[in-house]
Design a protein around this ligand. Structure first.
Ligand code: SF4
Ligand code: SF4
Length: 70
């Protein structure tokens, strides 16, 4: 599952977008958005955890697919 961003916790700092090694996240501050996975890359998340580690406000969560845990 791609990451889920909590709009109530996100402070729109953009660190998760900068630190994603797959460049699959976007955040348009002009549109007052929170981060999201770019549509055409919905299946490209590597579950590396960088976005969650980078987030200073605990706004990122995701479920790890079983194959990443074995
Ligand atoms: S888990 Fe890794 S690859 Fe997936 S969105 Fe976060 S930083 Fe990018
Ligand atoms: S790192 Fe966290 S607070 Fe910053 S934009 Fe990403 S989700 Fe929002």
């Amino acid at each position: 599952m791609p990451p889920v961003f909590d709009k109530d916790k996100c402070i729109k700092c953009g660190l998760c977008v900068l630190d994603c090694p797959g460049y699959i996240l976007a955040l348009d501050k002009d549109k007052d958005e929170i981060p999201h996975v770019i549509g055409k890359y919905k299946r490209e998340c590597w579950h590396c955890g960088n976005c969650r580690i980078s987030c200073p406000s605990g706004a990122v969560s995701y479920e790890f697919p079983l194959y990443t845990l074995v």
